[in-house]
Design a protein around this ligand. Structure first.
Ligand code: SF4
Ligand code: SF4
Length: 313
């Protein structure tokens, strides 16, 4: 894999003079009237639940440092008001010269689901629906077709005739979820992480439908997290508690990984199946795996170019 000559791309989408009103107008032109009415239904609901400041907030890429500070202060105050939690929301940006890649050793994963639980807690998911960005699929041996497995398996693991395939956002290099967003609320950053501006998303769910890996989640209701369970260490584009009516996704725990830590799912894995790191670092474990193991990607035929690999020892 050639990794040293990757051209530098801007890390943010170009959204000139892109007010929320202009975004909605643009969506009308893109979608047509019928689809537009359906698409903005969650937006109308969100507007009823939003403060004027939140509704009029500009796109993340258009916020000045002062505006960002105001937005973050407002979100921290909201967390106190709605969840009785003292949280700190950072604006973690990509580290130059970093491209994050994940790999999982499927010979070692035994389907225990500790990664799913860790994601649930780390990312402040709704407790009622037991949401997580990770699904572990119990797979029949002899196939890598994730659609043939079960996410609702029960009983002792591992079973002799099965293997276990954890699936989360693959941080695709050609992400169909980004292409379909009518308001540019989701984009791919310079370190490879695909993010969502949860204050810009209108909840149309086009991205959720476009994702071939079922990696996006829609917030049907206000997430419920008890005050003592809120992870207070948050980031604007990552694990802050997301509003109702928006689509959310795994960000490779950017609030940790952009600060030099590992994703929570990796730290929680008791089998050592997970490997994560900067592929541009020639001394990294992830680089070694990709250079020395026979790795697989899911649904290769779709051309999505995942930054997420699987291998067997
Ligand atoms: S896995 Fe799905 S949500 Fe993640 S980047 Fe690819 S298409 Fe988008
Ligand atoms: S991020 Fe997804 S749900 Fe939100 S506006 Fe874009 S396509 Fe619609």
């Amino acid at each position: 894999m050639t990794t040293t000559e990757t051209p530098q791309k801007p890390s943010l989408p170009i959204v000139e003079n892109f007010t929320r009103r202009a975004a909605v107008k643009g969506a009308f032109a893109t979608l047509g009237a019928g689809a537009f009415v359906a698409a903005i239904s969650p937006l109308r609901q969100a507007a009823r639940n939003s403060s004027a400041a939140e509704f009029m907030q500009t796109h993340y890429s258009e916020l000045s440092p002062e505006q960002k500070a105001d937005v973050i202060a407002r979100l921290e105050a909201e967390a106190k008001e709605k969840y009785d939690a003292d949280v700190t929301i950072a604006d973690d940006r990509p580290i130059p010269g970093t491209k994050f890649v994940y790999a999982i050793n499927l010979s070692v994963c035994n389907g225990n689901g500790k990664c799913v639980e860790a994601c649930h807690k780390e990312n402040n998911h709704d407790r009622d629906t037991n949401q997580s960005y990770i699904r572990v699929i119990e797979m029949p041996k002899g196939t890598m077709d994730m659609e043939k497995g079960s996410t609702t398996y029960t009983g002792a693991v591992p079973k002799d005739d099965k293997f276990y395939l954890p699936v989360q956002c693959q941080q695709c290099d050609e992400p169909p979820c980004v292409d379909v967003c009518p308001v540019k609320a989701t984009w791919k950053e310079e370190d490879g992480i695909v993010v969502v501006d949860y204050n810009w998303c209108i909840g149309c769910r086009y991205c959720e439908a476009a994702c071939p890996y079922h990696a996006r989640r829609f917030n049907w209701k206000k997430p419920e997290v008890p005050a003592k369970e809120v992870n207070p260490d948050q980031s604007y584009l990552s694990n802050r508690i997301r509003p109702v009516g928006v689509v959310e996704k795994c960000t490779y725990c950017l609030h940790r990984t952009r600060r030099g830590k590992l994703p929570a799912c990796l730290e929680a894995c008791p089998t050592g199946a997970r490997v994560f790191g900067n592929i541009l670092d020639p001394k990294s474990n992830i680089r070694w795996i990709l250079e020395n193991k026979r790795v697989y990607i899911l649904k290769e035929e779709l051309g999505t170019k995942p930054a997420f690999f699987y291998y067997f020892d």
